[in-house]
Design a protein around this ligand. Structure first.
Ligand code: UT7
Length: 330
């Protein structure tokens, strides 16, 4: 069995910036309240003509360029998203077409904010069995289109963006223990109603009344999500660290889903990992759901902070609830 490694990363956020101060002119909130509770100052919002696959294309081009892989060489394209261009076909199909990835088969992964971890896991299994030689994994979201702007408890959190990575098998010269060492994933549908988009599916097709009631937008019980997230990710991180016989000091970087900086602080404090190791961009981008992990990884990578051999802890949690933790030897 071969290990998967990441040889290229990319990211994209739309140019329009929406600040907390601007939000405070539209709803009863303030920069101080939002920053204190979440760590967010600004988020980026897509232009009306942009769709999720457009964000994904921009991030993918960067990742492919860094990897030195042409789009036509790609064998598999995965997009983690809860905001595809349309209900069907998959966002990944639109992305592959726009990139010119004609050889690749493409499909979407739905695990909300944990989607990129789920997609990385699928990609690594295909690589491990030798079924494909490369995979483009993208997390892309246009959350501003599914945000209920009349709900100050949730709308302050979200932003638009995309992150991408190219995965290939490790080679002999990489030596043992490199690449994606482990990814442990979890799901608990009993908590489905604390964070969801209730309308527009087969359970509740949209009606004029449900559109007015915003059932096609994100519905969230924030405090419950917060508590679930901290408990679940503490357990996930403790388990993966224990099962790999690691001491916490061996972890050099934390690349986590940027849901809320307070959630991350609480998790790292309980586990015993210094917050200094976490790469943070939620202050600039807000919560970009499945884009968050690959976007953060790309920023860390491009800033030169990730050195060959460094151990990276990745983690994410989102609607489902769906969550996971992983270890990458860079
Ligand atoms: O990827 C996973 C995505 N979701 C999350 O990560 C969400 C996790 N949860 C959170 O981040 C937090 O629960 C929030 C930041 C969303 C909310 O913070 P909180 O401390 O849990 O606030 P709360 O919902 O318990 O509300 C406390 C008060 C309420 O007022 P009263 O009833 O005490 O008078 C709210 O009405 O804060 C009020 N409030 C606001 N005030 C100013 C709620 N939203 C706002 C707001 N500005 N934007």
């Amino acid at each position: 069995m071969r290990q998967a490694k990441i040889i290229g990363t990319g990211s994209y956020v739309p140019s329009k910036v929406l600040s907390n101060d601007e939000l405070a002119t539209r709803m009863n909130t303030s920069d101080a309240w939002i920053f204190e509770r979440t760590g967010i100052r600004t988020r980026h919002i897509a232009a009306p003509e942009e769709a999720t696959s457009d964000l994904a294309v921009a991030a993918s081009i960067q990742a492919l360029r860094m990897a030195g892989v042409d789009a036509w060489e790609l064998e598999m394209v995965l997009v983690a998203t809860v905001t595809p261009d349309m209900q069907t076909p998959a966002c990944a199909v639109h992305l592959a077409h726009k990139l010119g990835a004609r050889r690749a088969f493409a499909f979407d992964i739905g695990a909300a904010c944990a989607g990129s971890l789920f997609a990385m896991s699928v990609a690594s299994q295909y690589i491990a069995t030798g079924a494909v030689k490369n995979v483009l994994v993208v997390g892309a979201e246009l959350l501003s289109r599914v945000t209920n702007w009349g709900d100050r408890g949730s709308s302050i959190l979200f932003g638009d963006g995309a992150g991408a990575m190219v995965l290939v098998p490790t080679e002999e010269r990489d030596g043992p223990g490199r690449g994606l060492l482990a990814l442990q994933l979890y799901s608990d549908g009993s908590a489905a109603d604390i964070l969801c988009i209730p309308g527009g599916g087969s359970r509740a097709p949209l009606t004029p009344e449900s559109l007015v009631a915003q059932h096609h937008k994100v519905s969230m019980r924030g405090r419950e999500v917060y508590k679930f997230a901290v408990t679940a990710l503490v357990q996930a991180v403790e388990r993966i660290v224990a099962e790999h016989n690691l001491s916490l000091s061996q972890i050099q970087h934390v690349v986590a889903h940027q849901a809320n900086v307070r959630i991350l602080e609480a998790i790292l404090e309980r586990v015993g990992i210094s917050f200094e190791k976490a790469h943070i961009n939620i202050n600039r981008y807000g919560n970009t759901s499945s884009a968050s992990v690959p976007l953060t990884l790309d920023e860390a990578n491009r800033s030169g902070k990730l050195k060959a051999g460094d151990l990276i802890l990745v983690m994410a949690i989102g609607a489902g609830m769906s969550w996971g933790a992983g270890l990458i030897r860079w």
